[in-house]
Design a protein around this ligand. Sequence first.
Ligand SMILES: [Zn+2]
Length: 433
Amino acid sequence: MTTMADILRSVLGRIWASSRIGDDFATLSACGGRFAGTESEARAREFLAGRIAEATGAAVTCRPFSYRGWTRGPASIAVAGKPPLPAVGLVRTPGTPPHGLSAPLIDLGRGTPDDMARAAAAVRGAIVLVRHEFMMGTDHVHRRRKYDAARAAGARGFVIAFHEPGCLAVTGSSGDGGPGHIPAVGVSHETGALLSAHAGQDVTLHTSGTFTDAVAENLFAAIPGRHEKRIVLSAHYDGHDLAASAIDNASGVAAAMAVVEALSEVVPTLPCGLELALFTAEEWALIGSRVHLDMLSARQRAEIACNINLDSVAGDATLTAITGGFPGVAEFVRRALEPAGLAVGLHQGFMANSDHANFVRHGIPALRVCAGFAKPDSNLRFLLTAADTPDKVRLTELKTAASVAAALVLAACTDPALPAPIQAEEGRRIAGF
Ligand SMILES: [Zn+2]
């Protein structure tokens, strides 16, 4: 008789014996940064649609959705009388007037909301300089909180400098470009230092971009189990256009495909089915997964037993499951990995930093697996810069992540004590949005 332990061993063996995960990771990274709305994103989608069909043997569904697209134009910042310094517009920043936006520069260091409140009088009417922080940890203040605090305090422009040397400008999203938003750019550590030396002086910020009505497509493939419930294994395939978006998130997509490929023959014999969901526009405030989950009927959402979301799962040897305070999820992770001899760190504070947040918002048990959590020296520090390239990732990291994800999926498909859904209202309270 085949036991679950036999199945688990054979699935993990398939992952470690296959070279596809490395090939898929390389192909996706070679598509470029996969910024939503670009040729690079379209190339990745085309590759993935074919590859998912091969890996799952199931029909691939492309579900299009409309969103407010944006194309990045040039950006720079200049101290009066000096040549302009390079900058990168944050995603969906409003443009400056053609002659630029001139205002005094104020350097708020880290630039937390408290810093912003303390310097409120000086922030009003100024261009505010703050610092980016390592994002994969508990004590960081996210760019969006700094940006929102700056505009709430009446800043006219926002500049965020990368926190480490290397001439790497940082990007990320800053809002939806609607009324009340202010021009926002990222710069390198070095440019930040040059600007800081001129704090108090007038600077001129230039940034531009074009808003368009756009359509993007999430990709799905389902392998039914014996009952109607299914586990959704997700990863976002979009990224940023500064680099290959290799860690974030070619790593998660390659690992997810390795999992469905290794499990494709097993799932039809299990109680729960498995759906692979590859979302896009995640880097745009999680739009792709939000639209998808909002469009499902209550009954369709009720069929999702659990979401396992893979985002930035390589670039360091350590993995963490962000279980977000969802009742029972941390215990489920421990129970699922123990028979495989695998272990991950557990972070039980909620972080709305990837697509799992939209599942939680609908009361569906969800977790995110990521690498390098709370390890600021790991390669995860290069996220959102031109250095998020394939050389930062080891093949063994990808395979370990796929093994952890496969063990979680296998357990979720069979665990009668899987965490129960909660009321959507309670999910929204946990998610905070
Ligand atoms: Zn990501």
